[in-house]
Write a protein that binds this ligand. Structure first.
Ligand SMILES: [Zn+2]
Length: 263
């Protein structure tokens, strides 16, 4: 398995529709935005990324997947990353910017793209931004949550393994507490939702991502979205922030995602 997968801040989603994009005319010749959404486990990052894909029609790009595909397809870029992926050798410094640039030049990235994963070393991130800064603009959005809030949220989480819907155990307007409102299957706690597991995952995330967020903050590039509140409120704030900075307009479909953010 390619080692680059270890960078991935996991996002598992199914992609199944395309929507109209509304951009302002003056943005047509401007460099497209590369939006990177950061958020701790339980913050809703994965849910929000899929929603942004729907509402802005930005493609979701994974550097890990791109690199793996280049290696498997035997492209020129892939040959440069082969040693890293197969033997754990050094990753050539120019490779990730080149791979990302190659992907961003596809027509579907004309207005922007959502970057699903960024390398977890500050030097790699800075290198990517430096090499691509003349052709693309980076928008770094962080869902700013406290560990206490996330632990409480995840502890309240109930999942229907039949239809995949996720519930908040404290929701008072639910018809029934132990069965799914949609398919009537029994609700369960997820195996990984114990406080010990959550705390461990949060600690690992903070250790990896905090240095990067510090750099973005020092450069004045970090857009902070308060995260200790309902997912619908957070998402509304994310949308408004992106619209304000980019001048683009979201399609704003009703927020029909699960009651509680999954990741
Ligand atoms: Zn169900």
């Amino acid at each position: 398995m390619c080692q680059v997968l270890s960078w991935v801040l996991v996002l598992l989603c199914s992609l199944s529709s395309s929507l109209l994009f509304c951009g302002s005319d003056e943005q047509n010749d401007a460099p497209p935005y590369v939006i990177v959404l950061y958020g701790a486990p339980g913050s809703g990052r994965a849910t929000f990324t899929v929603r942004l894909w729907k509402d802005f029609a930005f493609p979701i790009i994974s550097l890990a997947t791109l690199l793996t595909n280049h290696v498997l397809d035997g492209t020129v870029l892939g040959s440069k990353g082969q040693d890293y992926c197969i033997n754990g050798g050094d990753l050539p410094q120019e490779l990730l910017p080149a791979i990302l640039c190659d992907r961003l030049l596809h027509p579907d990235c004309e207005k922007g793209a959502l970057l699903e994963d960024m390398p977890l070393t500050a030097s790699q991130v800075l290198d990517i931004k430096k090499q691509l800064s003349s052709r693309f603009r980076f928008l770094i959005v962080n869902i700013d949550t406290s560990d206490e809030y996330l632990i409480q949220r995840v502890e309240r989480r109930l999942v229907c393994y039949t239809c995949g819907y996720v519930y908040d155990d404290s929701e008072s307007n639910r018809k029934q507490k132990t069965y799914c409102d949609i398919c009537s299957s029994p609700l369960q706690r997820r195996q990984g939702d114990s406080p010990e597991v959550i705390k461990s995952r949060l600690e690992a995330y903070r250790n990896q991502v905090s240095p990067l967020l510090k750099i973005y903050k020092e450069k004045g590039e970090l857009l902070q979205i308060p995260g200790d509140r309902k997912v619908e409120e957070i998402y509304k704030d994310i949308i408004q922030t992106i619209e304000h900075v980019t001048g683009l307009a979201a399609s704003k479909h009703p927020f029909e995602e699960p009651l509680l953010a999954q990741e």
